[in-house]
Design a protein around this ligand. Sequence first.
Ligand code: NAP
Length: 473
Amino acid sequence: MYINGVWQSCENNFDVFNPATGEKIGEVADGGVQQARAAIDAADAAFGEWSRRTAYDRAEILYKAWELMMARQSELSELMTCEQGKPLKAARNEVKYAADFLRWFAEEAKRVYGQTIPSARPDQRFIALKQAVGVVAAITPWNYPISMLTRKLAPALAAGCTVVLKPAESTPLCAIAVFKLLEEAGVPVGVANLVTASQPAPIGREFCENSLIRKLTFTGSTAVGKLLARDAAPQLKRISMELGGHAPFIVCEDADPVHAAKGAALVKFLNAGQACISPNRIYVHESIAERFLETLTERVAGLRAGNGMDPSNSIGPLVAEPALDKVARQVEDAVAKGAHLHTGGSRILENGLEKGYFYAPTVLSGVTDTMQIYREETFGPVAPVVIYNDQDDILALANDTNYGLAAYVYTQNISRAMRLFEGLQFGIIGVNDINPTSAAAPFGGMKMSGMGREGAQEGIEEYLETKLGGFSV
Ligand code: NAP
């Protein structure tokens, strides 16, 4: 753990495993409430000096961190592949994406503009000033174990906040590497603190109940997000919630089915389907369904699962055994209720992969709204295809979910693209685009997918208060 500028051990440790091989790859300190409190106190003590520094000073440190992260892209990617499992190429992309937040918010730090507002009274002036919220508590998931940290740390530090972060239990080594880099970049003592832990609930409660924390930012499941939002409510803490998703992927009748199928195969199987913006219902118009399914199945059957350190593998393992069980349950339920299995459909237990958590890349068609996979987030390598026709209201079908994070549309008709873009109740829409993300673009969900936005200009607003000054002159 990194508390008040000191790397600390603890009475107890917990083990970290490689999900591709089941091997133990490290051991880290198992922090608890006592360590969380010490970290919060350190962040509180550091807040005054850090928030009073010029934005230029803070930006300089973030630029340095960006440079260091890019210089270490290879070693960080290798660590990520060992700890989290995604293929090395995808890990390299994530490190670059993570570094982008450091650079973007180094730049945004200098653009925290307030406002002067004309008054109706000649003897009055209004000034709206933007100020750092205060001490921030951050909780992050394992699926993007570096970029989910910088997406919070960079804007918080740029705004002048100090931070205590608790990473996921499965990926603390990536978090430690990020904090080593921040220390080296010159982040002052107490400004950024890391508490690793195997028991998240007591730390989450401390973050909610400790009055020194002014803002809680969370990325993870909707279930845990709701719990934290409830616990943060008595103190009316400011919260940002980046939660689960159930993305529709709509292939309209005028789309090129081959192009759309290639897109679906790419985005669905990124990180073995363990992404919050992963398509979870692929709606294909009946007139092009056959060609679409043919291409999708061919592509997916050609994906090679295995250890991400081998560049010929494009599908890594799932995070742990319960994730495999969830995927298997959803696939069995769908097949029992009449879905057609085109490829995959089982855990991989050959060629040494039985030691890891590999599930074969899977395509299902004939998926209906009675199946679990139609409602539940899968977080695994399964593409569920729903065939629709002219009688179906595709917008209503796509919006029929409690989630509202990402959606995708394939069409060559600009009016249809605009109608769907405007009508879909999701925070991020890819139109003929499978990668609608960037440090410069606002990321976040509607409905049960959360509140607040990360990245973009809006990302730093989450860490700022607006203070109004009325001056009689
Ligand atoms: P999770 O179980 O909610 O865990 C996320 C983080 O919360 C981890 O650090 C976890 O610690 C911690 N946590 C768990 N229970 C807690 C509690 N009672 N109090 C405080 N903290 C607690 O989610 P996950 O399985 O790691 O991540 C997958 C989910 O994240 C998916 O639903 C995915 O869609 C979502 N996600 C959303 C976005 C987005 O931007 N919207 C991005 C990535 C992922 P432990 O690791 O120790 O359990």
